[in-house]
Write a protein that binds this ligand. Structure first.
Ligand SMILES: NC(=O)c1ccc[n+]([C@@H]2O[C@H](COP(=O)([O-])OP(=O)(O)OC[C@H]3O[C@@H](n4cnc5c(N)ncnc54)[C@H](O)[C@@H]3O)[C@@H](O)[C@H]2O)c1
Length: 355
């Protein structure tokens, strides 16, 4: 039995470049399973990529970009907050596979890269079953790292600005260790993500796993879940439905909002470079109060909704803004979509959803 190779590829076991001419044959017995995978998927940079949480808001956009770049994508999701509708346009593509699976249970795939996004991201969703949320972050990280170690894949962790908690330092650089309540209602998410980062760096130091860690700041855009309780989707849905916009507290607390396309570009740049493993902040440093966001949403949607105030939820950070110096230096990355433009695109999406 002969295996045919038509390109040069990196031998993932020996870490050396193996050159093959088009049509050159090899005896299959001399070629390991990993060599075979590399031979198939390293052709002109084409890879097989696993995206956990790929049916969610960010994951579905990531799948789009990876497929657009010519890669094969396996999406693993348990559909807790993700939706098949986010992937409906991809289902019939032969380069795309959708697997219903929970990241807390082990899984095996022959892949070149892993993006670990599986985790509910909005407070109502991650507080619905907090123990499961911690398990998802921690056991999901262990399962992704174990797989990455076994198949020598580069593995990406979608961490979060929540690892900074209610920050005492502003804006937050990656070197800031954070101010996190370990026993509060948000702790299942914040501490779960912190532990996942710890695991990523321990697998890196102890086992040489090729990691990349990104800390994501508030991101918005089409395919956000309409009921996920995040402020941008809340305001837009309320305004489109003619309801009053709920601002917690006096609305002076600030957030920075990154449009989804900018964020995914940052993911891809982090995975494509060898200068840094992270953690790298990705977010938009433009800072807006909740009141400003509510007013801008009302201006863009129109209608007669008013702004109403409710009590602040516990542990709600007062200020959040990324220091993106590392992303600028190592990834040559900066956000490009202004808030007003991103909001217009997001409003257009929600109009179709609520029509
Ligand atoms: N959107 C943001 O602003 C933001 C900010 C910081 C961090 N993040 C991180 O980015 C990732 C994606 O966030 P998102 O906004 O797309 O959220 P999302 O809820 O839309 O997507 C999460 C996806 O993970 C899936 N999932 C959840 N638990 C799972 C499990 N146990 N097994 C398999 N799949 C599971 C969900 O079904 C969903 O498809 C999350 O890890 C989140 O913590 C997002």
């Amino acid at each position: 039995m002969k295996a045919r190779y038509g390109w040069g590829f990196l031998n993932p076991i020996k870490g050396e470049k193996v050159e093959r001419r088009v049509g050159q044959s090899l005896n299959r017995k001399t070629v390991s399973r990993l060599d075979m995978r590399a031979a198939t998927y390293s052709c002109e940079g084409i890879m097989r990529v696993l995206v956990t949480g790929g049916a969610g808001f960010l994951g579905s956009h990531l799948c789009d970009r990876l497929l657009g770049a010519g890669h094969d994508v396996i999406c693993l999701d348990n559909f807790f907050t993700g939706r098949k509708a986010n992937l409906a346009h991809l289902i019939s593509r032969p380069e795309f596979e959708l697997v219903r699976h929970d990241v807390i249970d082990p899984f095996k795939f022959e892949v070149d890269q892993i993006y670990n996004l599986a985790c509910p991201a909005s407070p109502p969703h991650y507080q619905y079953n907090p123990i499961k949320t911690t398990k998802t972050s921690v056991m999901g990280a262990i399962n992704c790292l174990g797989l990455a170690k076994r198949v020598r894949a580069r593995v990406f962790q979608a961490s979060t600005s929540e690892v900074y908690g209610d920050p005492a330092l502003h804006p937050q650089p990656e070197s800031y260790w954070g101010n996190v309540n370990p026993i509060g209602q948000r702790s299942c998410y914040d501490e779960g993500k912190r532990c996942a980062e710890t695991l990523f760096f321990d697998y890196h130091r102890e086992n040489g796993v090729d990691i990349r860690v990104v800390r994501i700041f508030n991101t918005y855009g089409p395919r956000m879940h309409p009921n996920d309780g995040r402020v941008v989707s809340n305001f837009i849905v309320q305004a489109l439905q003619g309801q009053d916009l709920t601002v917690y507290g006096d609305g002076s607390q600030t957030r920075s909002f990154c449009y989804v396309d900018d964020l995914i570009e940052g993911f891809l740049r982090l995975m494509a470079q060898d200068e840094t493993v992270g953690p790298v902040n990705i977010g938009n440093p433009g800072e807006f109060t909740m009141l400003q966001l509510a007013e801008l949403t009302l201006k863009l949607v129109g209608g007669r909704s008013k702004i109403v105030h409710q009590a602040l939820p516990s542990d709600d950070p007062k200020q959040r803004r990324p220091d993106i110096g590392l992303a600028q230096t190592h990834l040559n990355w900066a956000p490009t979509v202004p808030l007003e433009e991103g909001l217009q695109r997001t409003i257009a999406y929600f109009r179709t959803q609520l029509a």
